[in-house]
Structure formats: C-alpha cells, structure tokens
Design a binder for this molecule. Sequence first.
Ligand code: GTP
Ligand code: MG
Length: 265
Amino acid sequence: MKSIVAIVGRPNVGKSSLFNRIVGWRKAIVNDAPGVTRDRHYSVADWCGREFIVVDTGGIDFAPEIDLESKVTKQSLEAISEADIVLCVFDGQVEPTSHDIELTRKLNKIGKPVIYAINKIDEAVHEGRKDCYYELGMDDFVMCSSEHGRNFDELLDKIIGYLPDEKEENKNKEALYVTVVGRPNVGKSTLINRLAGNERVIAHEMPGTTRDSIDVDIEFEGAHYVFVDTAGIRKSFKVHERVEKISAMKALRTVDRSEIICFLI
Ligand SMILES: Nc1nc2c(ncn2[C@@H]2O[C@H](COP(=O)(O)OP(=O)(O)OP(=O)(O)O)[C@@H](O)[C@H]2O)c(=O)[nH]1
Ligand SMILES: [Mg+2]
C-alpha cells in the first residue's frame, strides 16, 4: 500500500492549489470563495521516484453553522485518521486564526508526522511571521507558494522523508472505471455510498453538493472497480456560477477515462 498524505486546514488557505501543484495538474477545483472542496479527493503523486497518495479535503470548521459544513469537516477528520502523514496548510498572508491554533493543538496530539505548509508566501518578503509559527509549537514548517511553486522542493523532500522505507506496493489490479453521471440531486452520491458500504462521499439534499469528480474504490467478488462520483450536470443556459460550470466540465472529462457510464435518472 502506498502511504497517504492528507492535506488539511481551514477553508480557503490554498489546500486544493497545493494538491494540484503536488499532483502536477489542475485536478481539483480552486476558487477564491471559501468552502469549495467538499469530498476527500485522492490522487497518486511522486517525487524523486517515490510514490504516495495525496488527499485534498474540504476546510475544517470546528463551529459549523450548517449541516453541510459539519459533513465536510467529518470527511476531513476521516482523512486525518486514515493518513500516514498530515500536511496542514495555513494562509501565511494573515495572522493564524483561532481555528488554525485549535487545529494545530489537535494535530500535535495525533501521534503522526505533521508537516505545516505556510502557503501564499509568494516572495521572501512575506516570510516575516516565522516566529509566530515557532510559538505555536510547530517545529516542521515550510513557507511556500502553491501558486508559484516556491519552496516546493523543500516541501516534497520533507514529505518523502517521512515515507516508510519500502511499504509493500499494492500493485493495483486493473480496475474498471464506472462514472456515475446525471442531473443534480438524482442520488449519485447516495448510490455510491450504498455500494461502498459507508459514507465515503457527501450526500446532501442540496442540489450541487458534489464538485470535484471523486474516485471511490470498491471491491466486489474479487474484482476491483473505481466508481467516480461527479457533479450533477444541467442544461448550460441554466448555469451561471463559475464553480458549477467547472464542476460540470470536470464531470464530462471524467467520462472520457471510463469504461462504463452509469446514467442515473
Ligand atoms: N497569492 C497566493 N494565492 C493563493 C496561493 N494558493 C492559493 N491561493 C488562492 O487562494 C484561494 C483559495 O485557494 P484554494 O486552493 O481553492 O483553497 P482551499 O483551501 O482548497 O479552499 P476550500 O476548498 O474552499 O477550503 C484561491 O483564490 C487561490 O488562487 C498562493 O500560493 N499564493
Ligand atoms: Mg479546496
């Protein structure tokens, strides 16, 4: 099994940008509004010949005001518990918030390697807040920029430094890709959760909950399937929001890499 690196942090600090930079392409949706990522979003990454799985997550909110926010936080906490290494992202352009401090306190107790990525440090002049991170008890942090790739060599070196020597590689049996598509709210995520046997993706009564296309591994009678949950697709003239447009585009792209399309009505 490859080691799992979970990217966590509060909303809008640049987790998806950092995920995209690590995997090498714009797999996850990035947007300037908070709360864009919702489900756990996996991809394989490699650095210097070492492969690992990286997981993008939604922003952790310790005082959720709505049901959806608490579901997003639950997914992120689940990512932390299944991870071998946690990569916690801060927005380095602002002072650490009370949420950042609470998250750091919690992560310092989990008994796993935690690397802190102080993101949005686009230039050396932004590095002025170093002391406050030491004061928070972080001894392992990298000041980086997901947008410009600044200090990413250092960040990736740190990650592979924590990978165990040679974990038995689980040479994945050929998986059959099944993409589930349909209009918003027809029950795509619920169907996938039922097949997976747990709440792997967020199913919610609000149309448009799923945004990124999410791969879900499912074993059935010795065979390996990857069911891909996608954002609901509506007629384009009804779509005005940028995030919905990008989500629909990603869903359509996912269709290209699937052997089977399941059209849910
Ligand atoms: N200046 C600067 N902006 C960045 C950097 N990384 C991300 N951003 C911006 O920060 C905003 C949020 O980025 P995302 O990657 O979507 O943040 P996120 O943490 O995944 O957000 P949620 O999924 O909503 O929690 C976007 O407008 C990005 O362009 C960076 O290194 N420098
Ligand atoms: Mg995100």
